[in-house]
Design a protein around this ligand. Sequence first.
Ligand code: NAI
Ligand code: MG
Length: 337
Amino acid sequence: HMIPATLIEGDGIGPEITASVVEILAKIGAPFEWDHQSGGLGAIEKFGAPLPQPTLDSIRKTGLALKGPLTTPVGAGFKSVNVTMRQEFGLYANLRPTRTVVPGGRFDKVDLVVVRENIEGLYAAMEHYLPDGDDPKGLAYGAGFNSRRECARIVRFAFDYAVANGRKKVTLVHKANILKIFSGIFLEEGRKVAKEYEGKVAVEERIVDACAMQLVTDPWQYDVIVTTNLFGDILSDLTAGLVGGLGMAPGANIGPNAAIFEAVHGSAPDIAGKGVANPLAMLMAASMMLAHVGRQDLSTRVDNAIDRVIRVEGVRTRDLGGETGTAELTKALLAAL
Ligand code: NAI
Ligand code: MG
């Protein structure tokens, strides 16, 4: 049966990569019935908002979305689309798998997942200026919060993900040695949750700075990493860099009632309309979406086609140092399927 899902093609390279992904999904008979909605610049022109009400209504109804990159106008007073969606739909988990697809680099055979807490921590934007001597704005004050409930929920998400995906180890990443309460509460709750999975999934602990160092010296020791908002933001960009950068990095924002899948990269205005964008990050996001709705079989087919085209056939888009355009890569993927 068909599953209703919201589709936002997005700005810049969005329409090009979305067309590629939708064609590939159609070819394998993916069970999505697309509800086309607008977002980003296009939506601002039409509705006066980057994430207009009909789009929000659609996602509320379907609980499932594939989203192209949206251009955020700088300084125009619009709230970040990503922040709006996280709040609207309670998308507390940000899931970023990192897997080497392009062989022969410095980081071959990396296969790890970063699970980032998405709605608490230092991103609560409780910040303001304070006076410092004569300067009324001489001091910046910032604060955040981590709740026990949310720390436990995100760690449980990571362990459940590990169980469901045959992963062996979860690493709790923190800075509880310095932020004894603010980060300590995450570690405390993480340890409690880990006990429930004893004998099924191993647990480890790392201080975030040491983790960053080890991710570039020995990323192979990691399996699933779970951490709070700011640390996860930084570490998940780091891990994307290990395996070929933004064109190869998919992500999902998941909550109890909705899940939104997207590429990590933006709208790439510098290459928009030129037919050279790499659609693989968004295709990998679509593959995650297939797994999310229980179609692991189709997800594996997509992943295998990507592996075949990149590893065996040696196809490379411009961001991967090659010459292949979006349409040509799409053709190669369709043939591999
Ligand atoms: P960007 O990710 O769009 O581009 C950074 C660089 O990577 C550019 O040189 C671009 O050509 C290249 N690149 C990105 N994706 C690529 C792909 N699929 N294939 C080949 N090359 C690719 O980041 P930038 O330039 O900082 O942001 C542009 C716009 O995107 C901004 O308005 C920003 O706010 C928005 N943005 C939206 C995101 C989202 O909707 N999730 C995430 C990040 C940025
Ligand atoms: Mg980020």
